[in-house]
Design a protein around this ligand. Structure first.
Ligand SMILES: [Zn+2]
Length: 464
């Protein structure tokens, strides 16, 4: 097992990445030192590129958040302005009445005109000075109330408390853990894991445009991603059929995204031997029952999250889909064998009480490498669950070391900028998701430090 600090001494000057070229040479199937150096150099350039790309994205994200804040301020100002002008209007109107001027008379006369009723119009529109103020105040309340209600429909403003004093220390520690490891540095300096609570959630979830269908994608020789930029399903092709992780939000998405995506990729849903659910939240299990009902696909999940799904208040709507029925329970440390693939199961509770992470063998240009699928994404709502997630990160890091995992996967791909990194990818260059084991361990170490940082934020927010 490589300690985080070890990451710093083995780095090659040329690549700027802190990976041992000898280890890379071995990982490349016995390549020469020069080849390994070349590989590292290319990958460092690629990562620099990605980092630039991500920095731009973050700039945009921050800009969006500021625009939201400004939008809220602007609307609040408009509401107050409308209230004041409404009040002034009523007061002017009332004052005019007190002076015996019925300034709206022409309008009333037009609306109520009948030959001979001019006198009753005059009587009905009379008003005393005192009531004009009452009317003004009432108008201000009504206009401000209506504008306030309209405001409440808008985006939620950022309302994090001031950052706890310990935050800079955590960020410095995260950077130290990252060392010269490129992806770990990216997570430490720019990643969503170390952001404050609201920005973190924005970065994982609130990209409003991320919830649309996208063309299915092939990420490795035998690994596919189908769904939406926000959340999706992975399919691994083995010698004995397919394994699927997660199933999108609901039966409708399974039918209209998952199946057409598979067809487009030339994959037959009847060949799915097992569905592994990363956890018991509906955006992961939503399409599972459909697959069970339609193709009799067996579904696997940890016992704790089977219980979580059983307690889920489903009504069969798209927003509250029925969970699947229990086919198989996944145990911690279990090896799931399908054809030539052995998937190592690591239970990593925290995001949900029984989150399932997987170490997945994928083929990258014909060579089998291990990818680590972190099962849960967003930080949980309580400090206790956050503690549990921290322990799970330590456990995940040990599994990453044990099985020599060289890259992240996640069914919310934004958590590790997976699609962004692939998009910046030259198809002839090595797969940018492969970052090497030292960088993986450093990255999980960074995540752990970021989690401790978030724990302090929770403290500042009074969350327990
Ligand atoms: Zn979830």
């Amino acid at each position: 097992m490589v300690d985080e600090a070890d990451g710093q001494d083995a780095g090659s000057e040329a690549s700027g990445a802190c990976v041992d070229p000898a280890a890379v040479a071995l990982a490349l199937g016995g390549a020469s030192r020069t080849e390994a150096d070349g590989f590292l150099k290319k990958q460092a350039a690629l990562i620099d590129d990605q980092r630039h790309h991500l920095r731009e994205q973050f700039k945009q994200l921050r800009l969006n958040i500021w625009q939201q804040r400004m939008g809220v301020l602007l609307r609040a100002a408009t509401a107050v302005g409308l209230g004041i002008s409404g009040a002034l209007g009523v007061m002017v109107w009332g004052a005019a009445h007190a002076q015996g001027l019925v300034i709206e008379r022409p309008v009333i006369a037009i609306l109520q005109f009948k030959p001979g009723n001019a006198r009753s119009i005059r009587r009905n529109s009379g008003m005393k000075l005192k009531s004009c103020f009452k009317g003004g105040v009432a108008a201000a309340f009504i206009v401000c109330g209506a504008a306030g209600a309209a405001l409440a429909q808008g985006p939620i403003p950022i309302n994090d408390p001031p950052a706890p004093a310990s935050v800079p220390g955590h960020l410095a520690k995260a950077a130290q853990i990252a060392g010269k490891n490129s992806f770990a540095s990216l997570l430490a300096y720019e990643g969503l894991w170390c952001m404050g609570p609201t920005e973190n959630r924005e970065a994982v979830f609130a990209l409003a445009d991320a919830n649309y269908a996208m063309p299915p994608e092939k990420w490795f020789d035998n690994l596919y991603f189908i769904g939406k930029p926000f959340v999706g399903a992975y399919i691994l092709k083995t010698s004995a059929g397919l394994v699927m992780w997660d199933t999108l939000d609901n039966p409708k998405e399974a039918e209209t995204m998952l199946l057409p995506g598979m067809k487009q990729l030339g994959l037959d849903p009847k060949d799915i031997k097992l569905i592994i659910l990363t956890h018991g939240h509906f955006d992961h299990f939503g399409g599972a029952k459909y697959m069970q009902d339609t193709y009799h696909t067996p579904v696997a999940e940890s016992q704790v999250d089977w219980d979580l799904m059983a307690a889920y208040k489903a009504d069969g709507s798209d927003a509250h889909p029925y969970p699947p029925t229990k086919d198989r329970v996944l145990a911690d440390g279990e090896d799931v064998k399908v054809g030539d693939a052995t998937i190592h199961i690591v239970l990593t509770p925290g995001h949900s009480p029984g989150t399932v992470s997987s170490i997945v063998p994928v083929k990258d240009n014909g060579k089998t490498i291990m990818m680590a699928m972190w099962g849960g994404t967003a930080y949980p709502g309580t400090k206790a669950a956050l503690d549990q997630m921290g322990d799970s990160m330590d456990k995940f890091k040990a599994a990453v070391a044990k099985y020599n995992a060289v890259g992240f996967l996640n069914t919310h791909p934004r958590a590790f900028y997976l699609r962004e990194r692939l998009a910046a990818h030259d198809p002839k260059a090595p797969n940018p998701l492969v970052i090497g084991n030292a960088d993986m361990q450093a990255s999980v170490g960074v995540m752990r430090e970021c989690l401790d940082n978030m724990k302090d934020w929770y403290g500042a927010m009074g969350k327990n």
